[in-house]
Design a protein around this ligand. Sequence first.
Ligand code: NI
Length: 192
Amino acid sequence: MKRAHLVEHMVSFKAFRTASELRSGVRNMLIGIMADTHDKLTSIDEAVAQLNQRKVELVLHAGDFIAPFVVPRFKPLTAKLIGVYGNNDAEREVLKKNFSELNAQIRGRFAEVNIGKMKIAMTHGDEEELVRSLIDIETYDLVVYGHTHEVKTYRKGPTLVVNPGETCGYLTGESTIALFNSETLDVEILPL
Ligand code: NI
């Protein structure tokens, strides 16, 4: 039943996609999307293993890492990681510094990531007005957020919106991350 729920997300998104929406000038790359790891070390290890196995080139983390002691668990990740703070990330400067020693960068509460012509916005999601505004402004090809711990993928106008669900699995019992293909614009939800 849980699997069926996840598959539904994938199918409903694909129904929105048409060939004309494919972006030219964007190199085909896989981007991992994750959020709300909440100190769950085993889930982080599993996520990193799957992201490496799928040869993801970039990982976007939408916040709520929680304590800085989780940072070394991201060390085996081969992709570059870009993250933003969540509302539960307290020791922000330590998190930022520790991640900067890996192939990783914590940007603040908001990150804009440009891949060729593709514009991506990421924020944790506790500031609901900000998320709504980032979607409604129709500037971004992809808006990434987390915080609700629930998988959500949909298109609004020119913008694809992705919440990868919770890596930790604490609230829903489902640990999930997402894979985004920059060329086909497909989003795949991966259960851990
Ligand atoms: Ni949160």
